[in-house]
Write a protein that binds this ligand. Structure first.
Ligand code: FE2
Length: 260
């Protein structure tokens, strides 16, 4: 009987030990949580993109490269920001290095520098235009403008649909590379138009003049990976990512500068 009790006690102890070892084993082998795997992005971080030395910096994006999907794909955004925009920024800094224009503001460079200096004209325009483009887009955006901007659009175009049709028309029919714009002109009126290459409505003698508050890049690098030659589809998709709150703020700032 004593031997049986001893055997039972030994068996119980062995089972407890085995269970404890098993629990330890389960604690050691950790299976990665699916959520952690899903959040890993194949894209870089816009904050890691830095300009070479010079006055003008890369300002970053307020959203991830793939945050505007499905309307603008992450790969296009990454290439556009980290290659094309970075190049304009670096080349602008190089063109300004050692000249008096290094002390000028970006707006003054666009408004007053020699338009025949193409290195400065193209790169200052490229730098400014892209900064505005990134800023007026965002995730969970789209819809229609509200408040004072909606009122100004109704005043100057009749209604939102007429404004949109004019903007789409300017962007779609623009020949070759360039930009379409919504600007506040010198009288405070909203106007739509387009410019060639990296030209900009702040520059003198442009087809549309004033302070830009909304811009769409119609260079092929802005849409070709996803839309190929279907520029119209990219332009329609763009309206799903327009951050009208930012555009309205830009409208109000521009109106403060209109000489009454
Ligand atoms: Fe671009």
């Amino acid at each position: 009987m004593k031997i049986q009790k001893l055997a039972l006690l030994s068996f119980t102890f062995l089972m407890l030990f085995a269970c404890r070892e098993k629990n330890n084993l389960e604690e050691v082998i950790q299976i990665p949580e699916p959520e952690a795997q899903e959040t890993q992005s194949v894209y870089g971080n816009p904050a890691d993109v830095k300009a070479e030395k010079g006055k003008f910096k890369m300002r970053g994006l307020s959203y991830a490269y793939n945050a505007l999907e499905p309307y603008i794909d992450g790969k296009t955004m990454e290439l556009h920001y980290s290659r094309h925009h970075l190049s304009y920024c670096n080349n602008l800094n190089k063109a300004l290095a050692g000249t008096d224009l290094e002390k000028w503001s970006l707006e003054d460079i666009l408004k007053k520098s020699d338009p025949n200096n193409l290195a400065i004209r193209n790169n200052a325009g490229g730098y400014y235009n892209h900064n505005l483009y990134w800023e007026v887009m965002g995730p969970k955006a789209g819809g229609q403008p509200k408040d004072s901007l909606a009122a100004a659009i109704n005043r100057d175009f009749g209604n939102y649909d007429t404004f949109k049709a004019q903007f789409v028309d300017a962007a779609t029919k623009h020949f070759g590379s360039g930009w379409a714009w919504l600007v506040v002109d010198k009288t405070g009126k909203l106007v739509v138009g387009s410019t060639q290459n990296q030209d900009n409505p702040l520059m003198p003698d442009m087809p549309v003049s004033g302070t830009p508050i909304l811009a769409i890049d119609v260079w092929e690098h802005a849409y070709y990976l996803k839309y190929q030659n279907k520029r119209g589809e990219y332009i329609s998709a763009f309206f799903n990512v327009v951050n009208w709150n930012v555009v309205e703020k830009k409208y109000l700032d521009a109106m403060k500068r209109v000489v009454k």
